[in-house]
Design a protein around this ligand. Sequence first.
Ligand code: SF4
Ligand code: SF4
Length: 163
Amino acid sequence: MPADAANPIQQPCVHCRECSRACPESLDPETLFLALAGDDWPSVRAGRLETCSECNRCTGVCPSHIPLLDWFRWGKSELREQARADAARARFLARNARLARERDELEAARHEGRTARPAALPAQAISRKDVLAAIARGRSRRGRASAAPVPSDAPRHKPGSGP
Ligand code: SF4
Ligand code: SF4
């Protein structure tokens, strides 16, 4: 309730609708006033209080001398405060969600690191004949090819020259 809304000559709303007819923004000051007095914030938002231009015409025509503009200014400041609180709450929740997501990703990465097996070495198709040929080439390079016994199924051709 606005601090200066207590008006000694204020009378109860008589539902004359004079305020609605006077409003250049096509608002319903009576409904807005009743919603603000009852802390009915969904109705305040639905009544588009934030579009009130604060022209004060509604107050001027009210036969009950209800300080409508005081109510509307207070209501708009409350809406701004609520919006700030909602934004802060949304940021807080988003931060918590991000931290939880990062924690889960880190945990998953650690789990994968513990359980992952090294990739298998690619299978090498090397025949016994190739192995023997490589041995023979090595011995030849070291000048011991003639001294070394040649395996029975070693290649008879010069290594690298083909059969
Ligand atoms: S003060 Fe706001 S609600 Fe009242 S007549 Fe002006 S625009 Fe309409
Ligand atoms: S002008 Fe005053 S008394 Fe009439 S409906 Fe609006 S708030 Fe109520």
